[in-house]
Ligand binder design. Structure first.
Ligand SMILES: *Cc1c(COP(=O)(O)O)cnc(C)c1O
Ligand code: SF4
Length: 350
């Protein structure tokens, strides 16, 4: 019997798996020395080695273009540091905080906005730091929601998650706990009944927001993992990143959103690519993103519509940047555009 397949974590693993073309060797060795790598067996199995533009490979296999850092790119693209009152907490909006328990992920996405902060070597939150982070939440009654992120919180054991959830559950003013994770899709075998049970806390609303960027990621195993979560009474949302050459065409985006909705996952955000170092080759323009959102609006069910958002560089938070359907005609009258591009006047309020 073969041993269970292992994630690819090093340059040498990728090399043995046939994912390092000879002509890119030297450059990719440099990329691997700089940024974390992990590809789970579930994601590796999806890579089509005959397709040089395979959308799964593009997300996880390093690219020499990562060595090109554009002047506008930054180590902390969305300004987390400026809003971090204690280690592990980011408090940007009044009613909600991020709680980052770990810097480890199941897979490392080449476009990751926290790529300078995450990886297997980054220090996890210590017990004392976790106490301080939970103390901060307990001391701020305006915090209505806690978003577990990282890194990926679902790489933690069920035992550790259960303990953190119980402590959050004991904070009266926290009503909602949201878990942001790539694991249900990238490493679905981790979503055991025990792990799902560990996420549930009496008296709190728990949500899981899964990260997926291409319909092919929603394999049978991923769909089963998501069904385990939803069947346990935990609603699911999705987050996707708009990525050049991966999902920046209308058919691919529509297929992704439909696949999510079929899994009872409500598309929540489509993120414009952040200015993370060495990711320019994976970013699109805002105009392209708006055009794609327009096509999606005309093409697929309202259930399949995410909000297109930009995290404003510097720490100012997220803003919706989708297209507007309202405009004015030559005489200043309000007009609204329909899904076919037709314009219709709308009367002013008398
Ligand atoms: C993205 C983010 C959130 C969550 O924002 P929502 O719009 O509620 O999904 C919360 N805090 C910080 C610091 C964030 O970056
Ligand atoms: S799973 Fe999220 S935090 Fe981890 S590498 Fe991917 S984008 Fe970054």
């Amino acid at each position: 019997m073969n041993a269970a397949p292992k994630p690819l974590r090093q340059f040498s693993d990728l090399d043995e798996a046939g994912l390092i073309p000879a002509e890119k060797r030297a450059a990719l060795e440099q990329v691997a020395a700089r940024y974390a790598i992990a590809i789970t067996p579930a994601m590796e199995a999806l890579i089509d080695r005959d397709d040089p533009n395979d959308p799964i490979a593009r997300q996880f296999v390093p690219d020499p273009a990562e060595l090109d850092v554009a002047p506008q790119e930054r180590a902390d693209p969305i300004g987390d540091h400026a809003h971090s009152p204690v280690e592990g907490i980011v408090h940007r909006y009044p009613d909600r905080v991020l709680l980052k328990l770990t810097h480890v992920c199941a897979v490392y996405c080449r476009f990751c906005f926290r790529r300078e902060m995450i990886g297997p070597d980054a220090e996890p939150l210590t017990a004392a730091q976790l106490d301080a982070a939970l103390g901060y939440i307990a001391a701020h009654p305006d915090i209505w929601e806690v978003v577990l992120t990282g890194g990926d919180p679902l790489v933690l054991s069920a035992r550790r998650l259960r303990a953190v959830m119980a402590r959050l559950g004991a904070i009266e003013h926290v009503k909602v706990i949201r878990v942001h994770s790539r694991v249900p899709i990238a490493d679905p075998a981790r979503i055991t009944d025990e792990l799902v049970a560990a996420l549930k806390v009496d008296g709190k609303a728990i949500y899981v927001a899964a990260h997926a960027n291409h319909a092919r990621e929603l394999t049978a195993a991923a769909r089963e993992a998501c069904a385990r979560i939803v069947d346990a009474g935990i609603p699911m949302l999705s987050q996707s990143v708009l990525l050049a050459g991966i999902n920046d065409d209308p058919q691919t985006l529509a297929a992704l959103m439909r696949a999510l909705v079929e899994c009872r996952i409500k598309p929540y955000y489509l993120h414009h690519g952040d200015l993370a170092p060495g990711t320019a080759h994976l970013r699109t323009s805002l105009e392209r993103g708006q055009a794609l959102m327009r096509e999606l609006r005309g093409r697929v069910s309202g259930l399949c519509q995410p909000t297109y958002v930009l995290d404003i560089p510097g720490g100012y938070g997220k803003s919706p940047v989708g297209p507007s359907y309202l405009s004015r005609d030559g005489e200043g009258r309000t007009q609204v555009e329909d899904f076919n591009g037709g314009l219709h006047c709308y009367p002013p309020k008398p």
